[in-house]
Design a protein. Structure first.
Length: 253
């Protein structure tokens, strides 16, 4: 179910009355359109998107969200012009360099999900260093999806399971949904309660396909660079007022 943004007056106070989602996933979409609407190069949109991410991470910390997963670069994004890809990679490094110490001090654990082996060596170096530095933090787990694809993640999980079965480390009859989940990038983490999609697009775009099976979807026409804490509050408020049945029946049904 999708619900478009209609309640910008929702505040932090409004959402602290009920339990918050433990894990929020965000498809950070709309940077290019944001720049195009302003007659700016796409790079300006990506930089504005980084600024939006900073605000949302700060907000997640303030309201005590435990897990935040953001879609930064998909396996399909390699189809974009090389110049744009280079700009994106440079912005990732810039974000880490400028924000790492602050994030570390505030207890953020940076966790990359995706295949880092195909990223530029310089980008991978900074990401790995950020992961190592923040490894013991637990205030907020920030999953940054880089060179990530949901189908590729599931495919790799199947290969690893098959390998362990062939090696005698796992029995076929032991394989269940919990076992499969432990072979994913988000192993040992709860699945997202809430999936947010800015920019009005009505699709998952190959993001966390296994994990969002029962996530609540919230879609807004707001482009990602314009996404602010007030929009996050609105999404959480809507989440809190939905009836999650997980395939079962409501007591009223």
């Amino acid at each position: 179910m999708a619900l478009f943004s209609k309640k910008p007056s929702i505040t932090e106070k409004d959402i602290m009355i009920k339990p918050l989602p433990q894990h929020i996933a965000i498809i950070m979409d709309g940077n290019g359109r944001w720049a195009q609407k302003r007659g700016l190069p796409r790079a300006a949109g990506h930089r504005a998107g980084i600024e939006a991410l900073k605000k949302i991470v700060e907000c997640a910390l303030d309201i005590n969200i435990k897990y935040l997963s953001v879609y930064a670069f998909s396996t399909e994004n390699w189809k974009r012009p090389k110049e744009e890809i280079n700009i994106l990679m440079d912005l990732i490094v810039e974000y880490i360099v400028k924000e790492l110490n602050k994030l570390h001090e505030k207890g953020v654990k940076i966790n990359s999900i995706g295949d880092l082996s195909q990223l530029p060596p310089e980008t991978s170096k900074y990401i790995i260093a950020a992961q190592e530095k923040t490894y013991r933090n637990n205030k907020l787990i920030l999953n940054v999806a880089l060179n990530y694809g949901g189908r590729a993640e599931i495919t790799n999980a199947v290969k690893d399971i098959a390998k362990h079965v062939s090696e005698g480390k796992l029995k076929i009859e032991e394989i269940n949904e919990d076992i499969v989940s432990q072979y994913l990038y988000t192993k040992s983490q709860p699945d997202p309660d809430l999936m947010i999609r800015p920019s009005g697009e009505m699709r998952l775009s190959n993001f966390l396909l296994w994990q969002v099976a029962y996530s609540e979807l919230w879609i807004t026409n707001v482009l990602w660079p314009d996404f602010r804490p007030q929009h996050l509050f609105e999404a959480i408020y809507d989440f809190q007022n939905r009836n999650r049945r997980f395939g079962g029946l409501d007591t009223k049904d």
